[in-house]
Design a protein around this ligand. Structure first.
Ligand SMILES: [Zn+2]
Length: 249
């Protein structure tokens, strides 16, 4: 959320929002760096390492149980941590902090960015290095980061199959989870995922994860670079779940 006025209004609502429903939350991070990212990436998604450290410290200080996406789905943990896009700074800046605190995490990567050797993204070697960290998992973020809802039927199937296969063949891990590029999906995609052996798909719609939620449109909570530690705490305790009403997908 870029506008400070909108953020103030949102904070005001969050202070009063309460949802008694059980469930866990999945956080979405992108870049964790002090360096400016190329202009196609919003500064809102580039979090300073010291802020990230403070957020992870809060999670551990509050004894919040962190787990995998599967554990979030069956509510055997309170929080899961994910990173979209596969920035090299996930490996350099975020992973060591999570490893230190023994917190599992999943990184969603786009094979086309790896093939094109864009130096802000992890290479095959980096991803293999990442997988040596206990609790680290890799998922698909589409083959070429296109909006899947804009694809033809064949293109969409190719994106889903080829991203999974490329990662499994080149990194040597099982890929059974996808996060939708740009958060975009439609019901046609949901019908295909099971046949292609995906177990979970993650959206960018805010909300909590519980048994009522479709495993192919799991909600997540975006962490923004302008979040204060108070706002972050509210987010992990579900006080921003109402923001799903403003999500496009
Ligand atoms: Zn993305």
């Amino acid at each position: 959320m870029r506008s400070l006025i909108k953020k103030r209004i949102a904070n005001f609502i969050s202070n009063f929002y309460y949802n008694s429903e059980l469930g866990s939350h999945i956080l979405t991070y992108h870049s964790v760096s002090t360096e400016k990212q190329p202009k196609e990436f919003l500064p809102l998604y580039n979090i300073k390492p010291e802020i990230f450290t403070e957020q992870i410290k809060l999670i551990t200080d509050l004894n919040i149980k962190c787990g995998t996406i599967a554990e979030s789905y069956n509510n055997s943990c309170q929080l899961s941590i994910t990173f979209d896009d596969g920035f090299v700074n996930t490996l350099e800046n975020a992973a060591p902090i999570l490893f230190d605190k023994k917190i599992p995490f999943t990184v969603f990567v786009t094979p086309k960015n790896i093939i094109n050797h864009k130096n802000i993204f992890m290479t095959i070697k980096d991803l293999k290095e990442l997988l040596k960290i206990p609790g680290a998992k890799i998922g698909s973020h589409g083959f070429s980061h296109v909006k899947l809802s804009d694809c033809s039927d064949n293109e969409m199937t190719d994106e889903l199959i080829n991203s999974k296969k490329w990662l499994e063949d080149n990194i040597g891990c099982v890929v059974d989870t996808i996060s939708y590029p740009h958060g975009a999906y439609n019901h046609n995609i949901l019908n295909k995922l099971e046949k292609i052996n995906y177990k979970f798909a993650l959206s960018t719609k805010f909300g909590r994860v519980n048994s009522k939620v479709n495993n192919f449109c799991l909600p997540r909570i975006d962490v923004w670079s302008n979040d204060t530690i108070y706002e972050f705490k509210n987010k992990i305790f579900g006080k921003w779940d109402w923001y799903s009403y403003f999500s496009k997908y």
